[in-house]
Write a protein that binds this ligand. Structure first.
Ligand SMILES: [Zn+2]
Length: 673
């Protein structure tokens, strides 16, 4: 538990729980919320110390942060509880208790911490730490102490309540980053954090909906030890500092013995603030593991010793936390939306919360399996998060209202019975409006017909004019004009737009089919692998598809299934005159590769067509193969931009891209003319 802050001037724990607001008039609803939060913070803390945490650290932190914001001096915030440890693992005592850190969350607080340290040090005649700070990544994992005797791993004990933890040595011995033997023969007790690297999670834990931290916590303590070999321990401390003079030397010593460590750096306060900024902007997202902040230390061990501890929290170090990616909200409704492939996605509609600069009201629940696993229902208090700015999702249920969601048996759109496919529910009714509308949308999106809005598609589907993408090419402007509030001019424009997109390239054609997991990026992989005609794609076996780099067997099987199911439909499209063209025909941009990143003045699809219609290829990421990265600011220091520079890729903006196209077209014309 990394987030309990006990400030030096907090009131005595004995003071009454009421009258916390110091005479300020408080909204009774706020008062009720404070009381509610305080009692729950206490309860969850107790269960945590009892070895049976009810909620995650992140959820606990979110509740505690909210309480601190509403009632900063609440005695519960100053109290550190503990209780009996109940576990089936053998209990073990830490030779030196494992403490935790105070935290700061912004520049001013960090500067204030340095100032406080300097004042205390000045009293002892010691020099300022402001130009002598040390920084290590703060890992979001499970704390562990490892004891080595005679150079051999003898014990591995979880943090527990800081005094007594669980001995899980057999599991830890198999984790990455843990040397079985070290060259130093002294009795040594080192501290680290058990984490699950994102790449290991992807490879070995196919459950997409839980966090790496939760997976690591569950796996580290499995009695059968299964999966422990996929976990990693990164080390950051040694209980007895021997006579190591600085944090820098301490980390160097750990590394010299073969212990894996997080990244570290050394510098002034300004350096630390700049580094924090870089982590928030780019570095954090590039890591293969999750961190929730930086630990900032007084680099000198002498200074750390002088500063000492308060409530088992060292004064000479602080956790500089990143802004919280998770917030608490309440479930208003649970919807089961049928998508274009027929797959049903449960979505939690929550009370609006601000997360990473956006208002979040919908959070994905992924599939029926997760709904069951979470035991979620309307009225529940949940932790909603946004990782790396992707779709918000529900991390966990904090407080259940007791109305667990019932997994539906019928499609919410057409009423047809749903069938289960693994953890997913599917509507197999090909006439289901949700499926048909979704499929038409997929085609419209792929070809980039911007005139076509949701309403028009719904109306045409309802009128029975659209059942599959092929119907778009049989439609007349009169069909559209016959609809409510559609004029001749607009109707003609819609039809014109569909026709103007012909011919479509093979990746567009394939993506337009709306097969689950088969977007244009994936379709391009097939083309790059030599499947350059629709006939070749349709004829490919699942094994052949699975051998394409970037396509696993699961995705390959799903694509093969989707293609087989749409075989007749593909034929009908071709009969209607929609014949896909190989993307690398004889265009002016043949043989050139592009990738788009960041914001642009035109939709991505439109830019992609500019390239592909001239025979160029658009890649999904920066690779050795990439020649041009199209970016708003060619001097950007984003991770993509840096990577591109390293690989020798040219960085160009939209205007430069248009110039390039014009140049290539002139060249092309003079060659063929
Ligand atoms: Zn349906």
């Amino acid at each position: 538990m990394s987030g309990i802050e006990t400030s030096a001037n907090a009131p005595e724990p004995e003071s009454a729980v009421t009258q916390l607001e110091g005479g300020i008039e408080v909204d009774p609803r706020v008062r009720a919320r404070v009381e509610d939060l305080a009692s729950r913070v206490e309860r969850y803390r107790a269960s945590y110390y009892a070895g049976k945490p009810e909620i995650s650290d992140a959820a606990y932190d979110a509740l505690e942060d909210e309480l601190r914001a509403l009632a900063p001096a609440h005695p519960v915030l100053a109290r550190v509880g503990s209780g009996a440890l109940v576990t089936e693992w053998e209990k073990a005592r830490h030779e030196i208790p494992m403490g935790s850190l105070n935290k700061v969350t912004n520049d001013e607080e960090l500067r204030a911490w340095v100032l406080r340290c300097d004042e205390l040090l000045a009293k002892e005649g010691q020099s300022s730490i402001k130009n002598d700070l040390f920084v290590a990544e703060k890992l979001d994992g499970i704390s562990i102490e490892l004891v080595y005797r005679d150079g051999k791993l003898a014990d591995a004990i979880t943090r527990g309540d800081g005094f007594i933890g669980e001995r899980i040595t057999s599991n830890v011995a198999r984790m990455k980053g843990v040397p079985a033997r070290i060259a130093d023969k002294r009795p040594i007790s080192v501290r680290g954090e058990i984490i699950l690297c994102l790449s290991d999670m992807k490879k070995n834990f196919p459950i997409e909906y839980t966090s790496p931290r939760n997976t690591a916590a569950g796996t580290a303590k499995r009695f059968d030890g299964q999966g422990a070999e996929h976990l990693t321990v990164l080390f950051y401390d040694v209980a007895d500092h021997f006579d190591i003079p600085t944090e820098e030397a301490k980390f160097a010593w750990l590394r010299s013995l073969g212990f894996a460590t997080p990244h570290t750096a050394k510098g002034t306060v300004e350096d630390v603030l700049a580094l924090y900024g870089r982590y928030e902007k780019t570095l954090r997202a590039q890591l293969d593991y999750e961190i929730d902040g930086l630990v900032v230390y007084a680099c000198s061990m002498a200074a750390q010793t002088t500063l000492g501890e308060l409530n088992r929290r060292p004064r000479g170090a602080t956790a500089f936390k990143f802004s919280s990616p998770a917030k608490v909200s309440k479930v208003v409704e649970i919807r089961w939306d049928t998508g274009p492939s027929g797959r049903v996605t449960p979505v939690a509609i929550v009370e609006p919360v601000e997360l990473a600069g956006a208002t979040v009201q919908r959070a994905s629940l992924h599939n029926a399996g997760l709904v069951r696993a979470l035991g979620i229902g309307v009225g529940d208090e949940v932790l909603v998060s946004r990782r790396n700015d992707v779709i918000p999702y529900v991390e966990e249920v904090i407080e259940s209202a007791g109305h667990k969601a019932v997994v539906p048996e019928n499609c919410s759109t057409c009423g047809a019975p749903l069938s289960a496919e693994g953890e997913y529910l599917m509507c197999r009714n090909i006439a289901c409006t949700a499926v048909v509308e979704g499929r038409i949308h997929a085609w419209i999106d792929a070809i980039g017909a911007l005139e076509w809005g949701d309403k028009l598609i719904s109306q045409l589907v309802a009128a029975g004019k659209l059942r599959e993408p092929r119907d778009l090419y049989l439609l007349t402007w009169e069909d559209i004009a016959a609809l409510e509030r559609r004029g001749e001019k607009s109707a003609k424009k819609c039809i014109e737009q569909i026709k103007s997109r012909l011919p479509v390239t093979l990746p567009v054609f394939l993506a337009g089919l709306g097969i689950e997991g088969f977007a244009q990026q994936t379709a391009r992989l097939l083309v790059s692998a030599g499947l350059t005609t629709i006939d070749a794609v349709v004829a490919a076996t699942p094994e052949q598809l699975a051998s394409i780099s970037g396509l696993g067997p699961i995705k390959a099987a799903s694509i093969a299934r989707g293609l087989a199911a749409r075989k007749d439909e593909i034929e009908r499209l071709r009969q209607a005159g929609v014949e896909p063209t190989p993307p690398e025909a004889q265009g002016a941009l043949a043989g050139l590769t592009f990738c788009f990143t960041g914001s642009a003045t035109r939709p991505r699809g439109e830019l992609t067509r500019e390239i592909e219609s001239r025979g160029g290829r658009v890649l999904g990421s920066v690779t050795k193969e990439l020649q041009y990265l199209v970016i708003a600011d060619v001097n950007s220091t984003s991770s993509k931009a840096e990577k591109a520079r390293k690989l020798g890729t040219k960085l160009i903006n939209e205007d430069q891209m248009l110039e390039l196209i014009a140049d290539k077209e002139r060249e092309h014309a003079s060659k063929s003319g």
